[in-house]
Ligand binder design. Sequence first.
Ligand SMILES: Cc1cn([C@H]2C[C@H](O)[C@@H](COP(=O)(O)OP(=O)(O)O[C@H]3O[C@H](C)C(=O)[C@H](O)[C@H]3O)O2)c(=O)[nH]c1=O
Length: 182
Amino acid sequence: MLKLETTPLKDCFILKPSVFEDHRGTFQESFSQRRFEEVTGLHINFVQDNQSTSTKGVLRGLHFQKGPFAQAKLVRIVLGKVLDVVVDLRPGSPTFKRSFKTILSSENHHQLFVPAGFAHGFLTLSETSVFAYKCDRYYHQEADAGVFWKDPDLNIDWEFPEEKLILSEKDAQLPHLKDLGL
Ligand SMILES: Cc1cn([C@H]2C[C@H](O)[C@@H](COP(=O)(O)OP(=O)(O)O[C@H]3O[C@H](C)C(=O)[C@H](O)[C@H]3O)O2)c(=O)[nH]c1=O
């Protein structure tokens, strides 16, 4: 069973897989092409799986790939808890420049579908997070881009003390939306 829950952002939704628990632990079909297509009506060929591990306070993002290399992503947590944040950067969208945030964790088992044209990032809230996601386009370093996590035009509340955030050098220098002409 796979349940879909819409979000305030067009084409972005939460997927809730069935989780089978017994005295040993849990089992879930973390991805089924058939169920994904049935529930979402989308026919997406995911071509690349990514996985990152982070410690508490690590903020990765807000990232996207430019132009034809823009990736749709299906993101989930294998271990831990994160605040996942997406921003609709599609100029023609009715939710253009709006953001949405949600908790993904190994307790709620939620997954988030992030359409191509969105910026995506997440902040690790547990001591460690293992973050796994599917992409429908391959990585192209030359198309790698992003928006500064604290862009005043987005005004995202990351709900975490700024002084305890851990960012890559690249992420600490990402441009603001207005610098991207958005
Ligand atoms: C994304 C990616 C990176 N890399 C290499 C490039 C660097 O040498 C190293 C770390 O890359 P980066 O610092 O961009 O990794 P993250 O900060 O986790 O980036 C990701 O973070 C946010 C949350 C996302 O949604 C994107 O998928 C992605 O941008 O892995 C690859 O070889 N392939 C890839 O697909």
